[in-house]
Write a protein that binds this ligand. Structure first.
Ligand code: BDR
Ligand code: CA
Length: 344
């Protein structure tokens, strides 16, 4: 049996759930993370870089290059989401200081270099606005033929938005980049897998599941409660679990304030898991496009299920997921990985 690992490139706007996606990849033995692109989104791009470098430091990983992306979307002014992810993007968590440096090249170049270094084998994952990927595509139009599989967390298909009534956050922040990426992938040998809110909002982390994760890491921690004082710090006996719990508590509080319950949607970790195992979601192929001009609908993702446009499908849209199977895998992998850290 081949022991070769899958080369994976991750583009993130870290972000509480982006952080969990990153840790999921660290805990996945079949994946070799070959680079991280930092995108402005949940917080500004400098903070996203800090968060990525800090997470690598926390996890004792020294060989994954981190690149800085564009400070703003292609044409729109940047919006950020500190209300959702906290002032620094990781809720109440604080990351260790690091002396690690960013790459000399930017995030768009990092996509291109990774694709050329692993032609036909690279797995790309984008869990933030698609600004860097669109810039990379402009500079290297062959990108869709070089990348083996692209998984995008973005959009909402036949489902309400989380940023406007119809638009999801990542697409809403930079709709032009999403439109360019969908158009650029139209002739790709393998269509991108697109996971919108219609599937990712099924992935609801609860205090009980988070407590199962702490148990799996060998650092038991009582389940958080909506009755706890806001911002109560984690007392788990594992540094990674403490960071994840402190980040997730903020995310739980945000979802609770939104009327969604004391839980957190793990949009981005689902994208990471599907990138390594597409069987985790059922998909349907369709032509997809992004509304760029609507005064009420800008940023909306539209799937033409019935062929009205007469276009070939350019995306595989996630339509069904088994949350229990996903959480079992997340808890196994992240728990075991966290446990290795406490032994170091
Ligand atoms: C997406 O928006 C961000 O806030 C999350 O990190 C996720 O990527 C969900 O709409
Ligand atoms: Ca994200």
């Amino acid at each position: 049996m081949s022991t070769e690992r899958l080369p994976v490139f991750l583009d993130v706007d870290t972000g509480v759930d982006d952080a969990m996606a990153l840790v999921y990849l660290f805990g996945s033995p079949e994946a070799e993370l070959v680079g991280i692109a930092s995108t402005a989104g949940n917080v500004g791009v400098h903070q996203v870089c800090e968060n990525n470098l800090g997470l690598l430091e926390l996890c004792g990983i020294t060989d994954v290059p981190v690149s800085k992306g564009s400070e703003s979307p292609l044409t729109a002014p940047l919006r950020t989401a500190e209300d959702t992810h906290g002032p620094q993007g990781l809720g109440y968590a604080r990351l260790p200081a690091t002396s690690a440096r960013l790459t000399d090249h930017d995030a768009a170049q990092a996509w291109i270099r990774a694709a050329h270094a692993h032609p036909g084998t690279l797995i790309g994952i984008a869990t933030g606005p698609l600004t860097n990927l669109a810039l990379a595509l402009r500079a290297e139009p062959a990108l869709p033929r070089l990348i083996r599989r692209l998984v995008i967390m973005g959009g909402a298909f036949d489902y309400r938005g989380n940023t406007t009534p119809v638009a999801e956050w990542n697409t809403s922040v930079d709709p032009e980049s999403a439109a360019e990426v969908f158009a650029g992938w139209a002739d790709a040998p393998s269509l991108p897998i697109v996971l919108g809110l219609n599937v990712t909002e099924n992935i609801a982390l609860t205090p009980e599941l988070l407590s199962r994760l702490a148990d799996a890491a060998g650092a038991p921690s009582a389940p958080m409660s909506v009755h706890d004082t806001r911002g109560t710090a984690s007392a788990a006996g594992n540094a990674l679990i403490r960071v994840l719990e402190d980040a997730m508590r903020f995310y739980f509080e945000f979802h609770h304030d939104q009327g969604e319950g004391y839980l957190a949607h793990l949009h981005d970790p689902l994208a990471a898991a599907v990138a390594l195992d597409p069987e985790l979601v059922a998909c349907r192929a369709a032509p997809v496009d992004v509304e760029l001009t609507g005064t009420l609908t800008r940023g909306m993702t539209i799937a033409d299920w019935s062929g009205h446009w007469g276009r070939e499908p350019n995306a595989l849209i996630g339509v069904e997921v088994d949350p229990a199977a996903f959480f079992d895998r997340l808890i196994d992998r992240v728990g075991a990985f966290a446990q290795t850290l406490s032994r170091r």
